[in-house]
Design a protein around this ligand. Structure first.
Ligand code: DX5
Ligand code: ZN
Length: 225
């Protein structure tokens, strides 16, 4: 995985057909996805359940780009090795998921993955400062995590700009997750984000049988930026 700040669209398979992940991933990559975003929820840290490492391992052979695993689970540490073994390129854990985020980030890198740090909308980006040497990606949530299709929280845009300033020349991705569409994407892109997660805005209107809307939806986001 090489580093750059070019715009990358990471469709979230939370908005794909759960009975058909492999084909959905292949379709959305063929239509131009840069990364594949995989939302793991535990019904405890967030009020929703999705899937775990076995599903991640099953979909891994269908991903040609980057497998970006967003863990909305607590505790995190006992499961890091399982997600690394499942083939994650990036493992992102939440700052709010436990008392020892520094140890968690160390463990993610120790397992051979890029380390991501996710912040809920109620958490200040100032908490990233002591962790700058520990992270390869910071994910700013622009919705409260747990569900797709929620409304973008616009007050997060100033936090994106503050984070971009804090990061300086360091090779750290800024990822935005939640409510990204052609209207909101340019706001966070201008503030310094490079990875845009989008679920509903990418998968709407299309299917494995008719994947062209996936491409059109991603082009609309890129064009707006
Ligand atoms: C929310 C997830 C997101 C979600 C985004 O908890 O982390 O990745 O799927 O969905 P949209 O793009 O529909 O807001
Ligand atoms: Zn996510």
């Amino acid at each position: 995985m090489s580093f750059d700040r070019n715009l990358k669209i990471a469709p979230s398979i939370l908005a794909a057909d759960f009975a058909n992940f492999g084909a959905e991933i292949e379709a959305v990559e063929a239509e131009g996805a840069d990364w594949i975003h995989v939302d793991v929820m535990d019904g405890h840290f967030v009020p929703n359940l999705t899937f775990g490492p076995a599903t991640c391992a099953a979909i891994r052979p269908h991903i040609k780009t980057v497998m970006d695993v967003h863990l909305m689970i607590a505790p995190v540490d006992p499961y890091i090795q399982a997600f690394a073994d499942a083939g994650a390129d990036v493992i992102t854990a939440h700052f709010e998921a436990g008392p020892h985020i520094h140890r968690t980030l160390q463990a993610i890198r120790g397992a051979g993955c890029k380390a991501g740090l996710a912040l809920n909308p109620g958490t200040s980006v100032e908490v990233v400062q002591p962790l700058l040497d520990m992270v390869d990606l910071v994910c700013l949530m622009t919705v409260n995590p747990g569900f797709g299709g929620q409304k973008f929280i616009a007050s997060q845009v100033t936090q994106v700009a503050r984070l971009r300033q804090m990061i300086g020349d360091r090779p750290i991705h800024i990822e935005i997750d939640g409510g990204v569409d052609p209207v909101t994407a340019p706001l966070v892109r201008a503030a310094g984000a490079d990875v845009l997660v989008a679920g509903s805005a990418v998968f709407k209107g299309g299917s494995v049988a008719d994947p062209a809307p996936y491409g059109a939806n991603m082009r609309a986001i890129r064009a707006a930026c």
